[in-house]
Write a protein that binds this ligand. Structure first.
Ligand code: ADP
Ligand code: MG
Length: 465
């Protein structure tokens, strides 16, 4: 009836407002390159922090021994240990434990969060089997600490938290040295002796994990709860001072871009994005991340469905109460519905039923499927524009007539589990780079790369030598 026509009209409008034709993608990609240069020039040259990581060397493959990592993401927390056997044997054994971070810890005090981490870590280390311990060096176990939040580092194993992002809001953690905070919490546990050998951003961990297996890895990208990127930059391209001092001029260093903070006026926004941002715990911040990250895609879809219910009676005149609850619809659900190829969209029906929306018409389910597609497509194309921006910055976009194989190490639940999203990224990269150049750009999913990479960086920066 008339309701269906109105639904269609609103979806077309949404699609139009979210669209990223090639000429816009180019502009956004060029803006990314430009912001990278600006961010490297002065402390506040860009919204993107472009943080030095003090990671100047990558794992070589010769690393040996037992190393640990703690990986604090936006959703998941994991502890892991690896046994490294050197060039021939590589990662001989690995063990990990993963838990979802309890929500109260994301909005409590920093002592509570670090105590939680220290407790899990202490328990995990104390369960180390002899298969590992017989290969461990005497003294403290060494640890890579993966932190998926912006940190101002002044060495490989120290750094102050700049701010929380994603779902975290812990007032007293900002400005703290995260390594010290963990060390103090470990002391409160009276746990085994541990030394943090490397403090690494998750992008950097992913890049190191990738490089260990493939020497052509130049970039690390996270597409998980949030999104971020890092890459190798040559020292002579960096002009900014840190804490009033020039950075070490030894050569290349990995830079943590914190690209979630990126913005360009060419990025298409809707009323839904404005609302999501205004009602978020960090309004005005991480705007690129809020259009790309897994934490947000489900909620963009929810907000659009709510609008369709209110303004076009999408759900037969009722406005489902459940749709008013922020984050009831997760990105895993969006990806499930989007993947539904059945003639009657039964997975969409089932997923909607799970959030209390029963007995939907086929045309309603089609509308929901369309919204998922529009939101995922925009996210993937924005990420691809960012990737191309980095490739241009490091001269690997093929535009100088030189083609060099460049591998991008990818990690994060969004990239790993959302097949259509991956296809959309690849398609947009092909548009941006061209059929020839894109053959030399390889996106490789290094599952749990951020955690394993942290153990490798701990090994590279070990005191045991
Ligand atoms: P973290 O961000 O904590 O490091 P992950 O990399 O595992 O954790 O990413 C978790 C995020 O990945 C979730 O918040 C969710 O948004 C997204 N995700 C998980 N599973 C899926 C899925 N099946 N489809 C799409 N996105 C998913
Ligand atoms: Mg992670």
């Amino acid at each position: 009836g008339g309701g269906g026509g109105r639904v269609q009209a609103l979806i077309y409008e949404f699609q139009h407002r979210c669209a990223l034709p090639l000429h816009l993608l180019r502009k956004i990609s060029e803006a990314m390159t430009h912001e990278m240069t600006a961010g490297l020039s002065t402390e506040s040259g860009s919204r993107m922090p472009m943080l030095p990581t003090f990671v100047e060397k990558m794992p070589t493959g010769n690393e040996k021994g037992v190393y640990y990592a703690v990986d604090l993401g936006g959703t998941n927390f994991r502890v892991l240990r690896v046994l490294l056997g050197g060039r021939e044997k590589r990662v001989m054994k690995q063990e990990f434990e993963e838990v979802a971070i309890p929500h109260p810890l994301m909005v409590g005090t920093s002592a509570e969060l670090y105590d939680f981490i220290a407790k899990k870590l202490t328990d995990f280390v104390s369960r180390e089997s002899s298969e590992f311990s017989t290969h461990a060096a005497a003294g403290a176990r060494e640890l890579g600490l993966t932190f998926s939040f912006p940190i101002s580092q002044h060495s490989i194993n120290s750094g102050l938290l700049i701010m929380w992002t994603k779902g975290f809001k812990i007032a007293d953690g900002v400005g703290q040295d995260v390594v010290q905070a963990l060390q103090q919490a470990m002391n409160r546990q009276h746990g085994p002796k541990l030394r943090v050998a490397a403090l690494v951003n998750d992008t950097v961990g992913t890049m190191a994990g990738g490089r260990y297996f493939d020497p052509d890895v130049m970039i690390g990208i996270i597409l998980g709860t949030g999104t971020n990127a890092c890459y190798f930059e040559r020292a002579d391209n960096v002009h900014k001072l840190q804490n009033g001092k020039p950075l070490p001029k030894t050569g290349s260093m990995v830079y943590n871009m914190e690209w979630g903070a990126f913005w360009s006026s060419h990025i298409p926004t809707t009323h839904v994005d404005e609302q999501l941002d205004a009602e978020s715990i960090n309004p005005g911040q991480q705007l690129y991340e809020k259009m790309i990250g897994g934490m947000y895609l489900g909620d963009i879809v929810r907000r659009m469905l709510l609008k369709l219910a209110r303004e076009a009676s999408l759900f037969s005149g009722e406005v489902p109460q459940q749709l008013m609850t922020p984050f009831v619809l997760g990105t895993p659900e969006v990806s499930k519905m989007h993947a539904d190829e059945s003639i009657d969209l039964r997975v969409v029906a089932k997923t909607l039923a799970k959030i209390g929306i029963h007995r939907t018409y086929l045309h309603t389910r089609r509308a929901v499927h369309d919204v998922c597609d529009i939101v995922a497509l925009r996210s993937a194309r924005l990420a691809a524009a960012g990737i191309t921006g980095i490739l241009r910055k490091i001269g690997r976009d093929g535009k100088n007539g030189e083609y060099t194989r460049t591998v991008i190490a990818m990690d994060g639940g969004l990239y790993e589990h959302y097949a259509k999203f991956r296809i959309y990224i690849q398609a947009a990269l092909t548009e941006l780079l061209g059929e020839e150049a894109v053959k030399y750009v390889v996106l490789e999913n290094f599952k749990d790369g951020s955690g394993i990479g942290a153990t490798l960086l701990a090994a590279c920066h070990s005191q045991h030598g």
